[in-house]
Design a protein around this ligand. Structure first.
Ligand code: ATP
Length: 234
């Protein structure tokens, strides 16, 4: 289980997260909804050790606050950041392999994992020698997810994977996310695309101005008129 307990985060004097408590149980797909600036990325940055928050972020027996990012990956929590953050001039393959940095001693394991990722995204196998920056937006997002999967997450933090993608590509992206989750990876997903995310998620939290204002099963939130008005536009 990935569990945040009373997590707060300041940028200088600005409080981005206030007493956030939320959890993703093993095997769950949990979505974080909220407008721009609600604090979704800040939660991921705190959980992956890029920002130092207060409170507790526990994963299994590990306390993540205070660990270095590489130690957090080793503990099983891997962050796929918003905006993909690929190295555009490097090949698809090299971008993918970078995600396995903490497992670099296990070359056979990394080769197996790479084959699994090519199974998930066959187009990346075809384009493995191409510069990552030459791929379409959807394919680049696949590289970003594939790179995170090379870190062998037991919990995957996915920040806005559908951002800027065409509707058909978004649908495919959510299918793959669901496939990753069904194969046993816990997923915490930040999304603006509330309808598509709630359709695949088990549960969701709604954030406003750095606080959790609502939580519930996805089905219940999909029926909630306030959620429909604010995030789905129906
Ligand atoms: P988005 O989808 O736009 O990334 P978000 O819900 O992920 O939104 P965050 O990126 O976590 O929101 O931002 C939460 C708040 O913290 C926002 O008001 C943002 O302007 C602020 N913020 C984020 N990063 C920094 C930073 N490095 N320095 C100062 N303020 C920041």
């Amino acid at each position: 289980m990935l569990k945040l307990e009373r997590v707060s985060l300041n940028y200088g004097s600005f409080r981005a997260l206030s007493d956030i408590s939320l959890q993703a149980r093993d095997g769950e797909l949990v979505v974080l909804l909220g407008a721009n600036g609600a604090g979704k990325s800040s939660i991921f940055r705190a959980a992956s050790g890029l920002e130092v928050a207060t409170g507790h972020i526990r994963f299994g027996t590990h306390e993540l606050i205070g660990l270095r990012p590489s130690q957090i990956v080793q503990a099983g929590v891997v962050h796929c950041p918003e905006g993909r953050k690929l190295f555009p001039g490097m090949s698809v393959l090299r971008n993918l392999v970078l995600g396995a940095y903490v497992h670099r001693a296990d070359r056979a394991g990394n080769r197996r994992r790479l084959e699994e990722i090519f199974g998930l995204f066959p187009i990346l196998d075809q384009k493995k020698d191409d510069p990552a920056g030459s791929l379409s937006g959807g394919q680049q997002q696949m590289v970003a997810i594939g790179r995170a999967m090379m870190g062998r997450p037991r919990a995957l933090l996915l920040d806005e994977p559908s951002l800027g993608l065409a509707p058909l590509v978004v649908r495919q992206m959510f299918e793959v996310i669901q496939q990753i989750n069904r194969a046993g990876t816990t997923v915490l997903l930040a999304e603006q695309n509330a309808f598509a995310a709630l359709k695949v998620a088990h549960r969701a939290y709604v954030l406003e101005l750095g606080r959790v204002v609502l939580e519930g099963d996805s089905d219940a939130l999909l029926r909630n008129p306030d959620i429909r008005r604010a995030y789905i536009g129906a």
